[in-house]
Design a protein around this ligand. Structure first.
Ligand code: ADE
Ligand code: ZN
Ligand code: ZN
Length: 260
């Protein structure tokens, strides 16, 4: 009986510490990116998107792709949330996941949205996916190494609590900052038109390369088992904020092109 109790408690602990699950760029991060994108939509794009989403905002729909993960019906989309490549490699030369990845996922969403023959229902679904995936593309650990599942198996501590490197970047830093997605969006850096254009320039593959430069630094930022605290946030939370902003601006660029 005692053993059964112990087993039960340990199982609960495992679930609550995220020991057994893979993590997701938390809802706050995705919503901030959605809100920043909304702030940079053309009038025409905004109108067409409002009509398609029937009043739901980009921030609101940004987490849909994570919500459907628990439904087996949507298993085929699981591998779209990330792409793996060696630290010194690039997307072009990396081994491809036959199930699809972030890049093929984003391209598929764009294709459906541009196709006049797509149904409203499909367009709505793939727009929600796209908003989410462009966010994931800017989380450096979503384009990490295959062998450690994008840092999911690199155990560290966050203020003495067990976590992993992937989760630190998905959630721990953002949660510790304790700002709402609206506050994160409205406190995004003031950028000139030229700076915004420079960020929006290029293709999805250019943006993968851009994020991957950060990925390389993140892998070198911790020792396995290290207890990360304020100093880590102090150094890397500005990077998280910049990534949320880049994600929003680039999502707006894609959407303005689709809904022109
Ligand atoms: N989430 C689940 N598997 C992953 C992987 N291999 N890389 C990044 N994120 C992931
Ligand atoms: Zn994640
Ligand atoms: Zn995701």
């Amino acid at each position: 009986m005692k053993f059964l109790k112990l087993f039960f408690i340990l199982s609960l602990l495992a679930v609550f510490t995220g020991f057994t699950t893979f993590d997701v760029w938390g809802p706050t991060g995705h919503r901030a990116t959605g809100k920043i994108a909304e702030n940079h939509l053309s009038k025409r794009a905004k109108r067409k998107i409002d009509e398609l989403l029937q009043g739901e905002s980009l921030a609101f729909v940004s987490t849909h792709a994570d919500q459907i993960k628990s439904d087996k019906k949507y298993n085929e989309f699981y591998s779209w949330h990330y792409v793996n490549m060696p630290l010194d490699g690039d997307y072009e030369t990396a081994e491809k996941n036959p199930q699809g990845d972030l890049v093929t996922g984003i391209n598929y969403c764009v294709k459906v949205l541009k196709d006049e023959k797509s149904s409203k229902e499909d367009k709505r679904f793939y727009l929600k996916m796209l908003v989410h995936l462009v966010g994931d593309l800017h989380q450096p650990m979503h384009i990490g190494q295959k062998e450690d599942k994008g840092g999911n198996t690199i155990q560290v501590q966050w203020f003495k609590k067990g976590t992993n490197l992937h989760r630190v970047w998905d959630e721990n830093m953002i949660e510790e900052w304790n700002m709402s997605y609206l506050e994160l969006a409205s406190n995004a850096k003031d950028l000139s038109k030229e700076q915004i254009k420079a960020i929006q320039k290029g293709s999805v593959l250019d943006w993968v390369k851009d994020t991957h430069q950060i990925t390389q630094k993140v892998y070198g930022s911790v020792e396995v088992g290290e207890d990360l605290r304020y100093r880590y946030s102090y150094e890397y939370f500005p990077v998280v904020r910049e990534q949320l902003q880049k994600g929003g601006l680039r999502l707006a660029k894609i959407l303005n092109e689709i809904f022109c």
